[in-house]
Design a protein around this ligand. Sequence first.
Ligand code: AMP
Length: 361
Amino acid sequence: MKVGVLGAGQLGRMLAIAGYPLNHQFGFSGNSDDEPSALLGHMFIDNDSVKSLVDFADVITYESENTDIEIVKEISKIIPVYPSEKSLFTTQHRGREKALFEQLDIPCAPYQMVNSEQDLIDAVGVIGLPAILKTATEGYDGKGQFLMRDESQISEAWASMNGVESILEGFVNFKRELSLIAVRDKDNNYKYYSLVENTHHNSILRLTIAPAQAIDAEVQKTAERYMQTLLDEMNHIGVLTIELFETENGLVVNEMAPRVHNSGHWSIEGANTSQFENHIRAITGQPLGDTTPTHQFSAMVNIIGKIGKIDTVLSMANAHLHLYDKAERINRKLGHINITANSEQELNDSIQQLQEFLPEG
Ligand code: AMP
């Protein structure tokens, strides 16, 4: 089939790399022909790029929850777009996302919507401090967030939102950050990956360990139950990611993304079928692939800002380099390194060898 991707970043690039062996073709609508997906398929960058993409494609998917919903609505009248409009509509607004979690009895942080400084004063009164003020839409990698510890910060916090609709979330005291990735097809089949453990630095994901260690089977099951409820409710076809906090009192869902996710990149070498291939299989109507890990452990180390000494990576038997053809820039995701390991010792030694790619400590 011809798969059209709205967007042309690294996720589109990795979707195409996974989809070519299945005999699919790819097209992308983007802003310029030097984006990460550009050489991986037909690149539409003119003023009519979306129309050209629709003319090219049999099915459309998108790379980001910030995709214009009006465009998706229009395209859906002509050809199928997956994941569903409801998935996109819900996940592009933190308030709608939280409302859905509440409706489905999925634990999440307490929250209040905020549209003015007075709203924020009221919200702090309800939720208490510490709390995190976030823009309702378009935040990623910690952008558009303000951690409030003290009431004296109310004016500063509201000013930092630049007047846009925001959400105040109670601060969750978590032990670890986890995520769950799953895929649903058109016939209500589901496949789940193992819960993974994510380490962030300055709100940017730096390291994923898969599977997360010391996870009780019940915790995995609970996360899968939340996931299935969400997949069904949104009639979601393709990959869905939920980010969770592991707390003393169980799992608390932070947010979700209607797409393949950075915390699932390990699955390229670390699972029998990667998240990218499973997304493509789901949206093209092919049977979903097995998600069992190929090794006892995998890890994913992001390459951020500078490419660094990649010869170190290439000399390691169990490391796999994935670069996205992006220019170096501070805090930019340029690529990642996947590690596969058959013991905890091997995993830790390999991560140690990649210290230069990780922030200190
Ligand atoms: P987000 O963009 O919502 O994923 O937030 C970025 C990071 O901020 C998360 O990965 C957490 O480390 C932290 N964070 C976000 N929301 C909360 C919360 N309600 N309580 C504690 N930490 C949070």
